[in-house]
Ligand binder design. Structure first.
Ligand SMILES: Cc1ncc(COP(=O)(O)O)c(C=O)c1O
Length: 323
């Protein structure tokens, strides 16, 4: 599930343990402390920040709020949650096939019509790990009508090392229709708590408020997320992401050295385009005690783990899997 292999930082764990003493209380439904901390970190006003129960929950909230136009343009193969989210809010997905491992941005721009509610971009893309560069996103945005929001899902942003990948916040500042979606689940290691955030233009804030009543994160999640933004812990989290990116490079090299085709990745997972061999690969890996995600007929996504886990995976491939 692309979780970090690192356990929670002791200071964050303590906050969650202490929070258990007040479980009879409802959380702050305005999430004021968390929105304030994010606003300060990102250099925007708190009214630009939405928080929600994981970025997937928040994404659904946003797509619902952006109605009533019926269609949502999204990349395919991408995050498996998108078709569910779109269906859950009664919208219609317009899946645009990939160009290899990457979004086909010209085709996505061509799929936008007067029926389009919003566009979803995933950068880096789950499950292929591919990234979109600054110049191509700018060229894409230039083709999108100003009244069509573009949601840039940056769930894996913190693992990116390619300098040509834009910070979604720069795109947000330069365009009135860009929304940035991020999560505390991956790099911050808070997946179990369910907390994510979005940065949205002023036009979207009141729309989102209309459907937001049940979408605020729980109090332990809010407190842990606030503490995770503290300067005292940021260097450790940044170091973990850098270590993860280095492990990713070693894992890709290791798998390629054995003879597998591995897509370039800027996320905390790697993609093997195994086609019809994806399911047998995942089944044999499971038998060897290794969990990977197969997308039948397409490939296998493998989360970068500890060095020990990565070594076990390479040993499994070397001994069991014909390349
Ligand atoms: C691209 C992408 N977006 C969003 C999410 C949802 O993450 P969460 O709801 O835990 O914030 C995921 C989780 O795997 C993801 O891969």
């Amino acid at each position: 599930m692309n979780e970090t292999p690192y356990p929670p930082l002791p200071s964050i764990r303590r906050i969650v343990e202490d929070g258990a003493a007040a479980l009879q209380r409802y959380p702050d439904r305005t999430a004021a402390a968390l929105r304030g901390a994010l606003a300060a970190r990102l250099g925007v006003g708190p009214e630009s920040i939405l928080v929600g129960p994981g970025s997937a929950g928040l994404c659904q909230h946003l797509v619902q709020a952006l109605g009533p136009r019926p269609e949502v343009v999204h990349p395919a193969l991408s995050f498996e949650g998108y078709p569910l989210i779109i269906g859950n809010v009664g919208a219609r997905g317009v899946p645009v096939p990939m160009d290899g491992y990457r979004h086909d941005l010209p085709a996505m721009a061509a799929a936008v019509t007067d029926q389009t509610r919003c566009v979803l971009l995933c950068n880096p893309n789950n499950p292929t790990g591919a990234v979109l560069h600054r110049d191509e996103i700018e060229a894409f945005l230039a083709r999108i009508p100003a009244d069509v929001p573009v949601i840039i899902d940056e769930a894996y942003r913190e693992f990116v090392t390619d300098p040509q990948v834009p910070d979604g916040m720069d795109l947000f500042r330069a365009h009135d229709n860009v929304c940035v979606l991020r999560t505390f689940s991956k790099a911050y290691g808070l997946a179990a708590l369910r907390v994510g955030y979005a940065v949205v233009p002023p036009r979207v804030t009141p729309l989102a408020g209309m459907v937001g009543a049940v979408f605020f994160p729980n109090s332990l999640a809010q407190a842990a997320a606030v503490a995770s933004l503290d300067e005292a812990v940021t260097p450790e989290l940044t170091r973990r992401c850098a270590d993860l990116a280095a492990s990713r490079a070693r894992l890709i090299d290791g798998l390629r050295a054995i003879g597998l085709t591995v897509a370039p990745s800027e996320a905390n997972f790697v993609w093997l385009p195994l086609g019809e061999r994806a399911v047998p690969f995942a089944e044999q890996a499971r038998d060897a005690g290794i969990l990977v995600m197969a997308l039948p007929g397409a490939g296998v996504r493998i989360t970068v783990g500890t060095d020990e886990a990565n070594a076990r995976l390479c040993a499994f491939v070397q001994s069991t899997w014909p390349t």
